[in-house]
Ligand binder design. Structure first.
Ligand code: HEC
Ligand code: HEC
Ligand code: HEC
Ligand code: HEC
Length: 225
């Protein structure tokens, strides 16, 4: 059952890619991209279930400004928080042990890393394996994909926009698997399953939090308004 489904996926994927190719070939006229979203949407519907995390470093290649700004936010350091001695006051207040190393505690990692336990997501590194150490480095904290969605379904589309300099709409981006960010995106983590959040007193002012928690915003070149 499962393998049949994935073969269908591959077939539809190929059709989608071919369609995209054809469209690109025939759209020598700048701006003639009206039919492109159709092909892209076809690809995504079938790939949806198997999205992989690619790590913040991938996004950094093309979005350096957002990356640099993100680096200065608490989200970028959320794994460090779990290490012994850090955020000791908060830990004490909520009955956690400030001397304990929570950075290897599987109950904390889903909200303090990128895609813990999921394909391409953070995995506790093996110090003797350089590759795993490197991978862990790129998936620490609340990386880009925890808000924008796992990158594998949409990174190629972004690359295409860059190479072809074609205009796009946000709707197209969302159709290709990128999240439409809403308050609920944040509340996947900002909820009382967190040991430091007391539902009775916790406030989440979405507008203010967007300003405090999210990277700075920079103008986009190819987005159609
Ligand atoms: C994957 C889980 C996750 C998601 C999704 C998430 N956050 Fe967070 N957020 C955290 C964690 C964990 C911290 C604490 C970081 C630390 O200090 O270690 C945090 C901290 C913050 C802070 C800083 C709070 C302070 O004490 O200064 C703000 C602001 C914030 N988040 C806003 C947002 C907004 C807005 C969104 C959605 C657009 C969002 N977060 C999405 C997990 C998440
Ligand atoms: C359901 C998601 C979730 C889980 C699971 C989770 N956290 Fe968090 N954690 C958060 C969020 C969200 C915040 C930021 C809260 C805020 O300030 O709005 C946070 C903040 C913290 C802070 C305060 C950081 C600061 O800068 O003040 C500490 C300490 C912390 N978490 C430790 C832990 C530990 C230890 C575990 C595991 C035992 C854990 N968390 C599990 C979501 C989670
Ligand atoms: C806490 C959630 C959150 C995280 C983490 C996050 N972003 Fe964003 N990002 C947003 C929001 C909200 C917007 C504005 C609305 C939108 O475009 O959906 C945005 C917009 C953007 C944009 C559009 C241009 C702009 O500056 O507004 C780019 C590009 C972007 N983010 C890239 C990144 C990259 C790269 C990372 C990781 C280094 C990242 N984002 C991490 C929430 C986040
Ligand atoms: C090969 C380059 C490249 C990579 C890699 C890349 N992007 Fe993009 N991305 C772009 C380009 C080009 C645009 C359109 C920017 C513009 O209009 O100026 C874009 C647009 C965006 C936007 C704005 C979407 C909107 O609604 O307008 C977001 C958010 C974004 N990228 C997030 C990410 C994230 C997250 C990653 C990593 C998983 C990523 N990108 C990887 C090139 C890239």
């Amino acid at each position: 059952m499962k393998s049949r489904k994935s073969w269908t996926a591959v077939a539809v994927l190929i059709v989608g890619v071919l369609a995209t190719w054809q469209l690109c070939g025939s759209s020598a006229v700048a701006g003639d991209t009206a039919a492109l979203p159709v092909a892209v949407a076809t690809i995504v519907t079938v790939e949806g279930g198997q999205a992989k995390y690619v790590g913040s470093n991938k996004c950094k290649m093309c979005h350096m400004k957002q990356y640099k700004s993100w680096k200065t936010k608490k989200h970028a350091k959320a794994l460090d928080t779990l290490k012994p001695g850090n955020a000791a006051e908060v830990k004490k207040k909520f009955g956690l042990d400030p001397a304990k190393d929570y950075s290897t505690d599987k109950s904390c990692l889903p909200c303090h890393t990128v895609g813990f336990g999921k394909p391409g997501g953070y995995a506790i590194p093996d110090a003797t394996d350089k590759k795993s150490v490197k991978h862990a480095k790129y998936t620490v904290g609340i990386g880009c994909e925890m808000c924008h969605g796992a990158g594998s379904p949409f990174v190629d589309k972004h690359k295409k926009i860059m190479m072809s300099k074609t205009k796009y709409t946000s709707e197209e981006m969302h159709a290709s698997g990128m999240n439409k960010i809403e308050e609920s995106t944040c509340k996947k983590c900002h909820n009382d399953k967190s040991p430091t959040i007391d539902a009775a007193t916790y406030k989440f002012d979405y507008k203010q939090r967007l300003i405090d928690g999210v990277h700075e915003h920079y103008p986009l070149k190819y987005r159609k308004e």
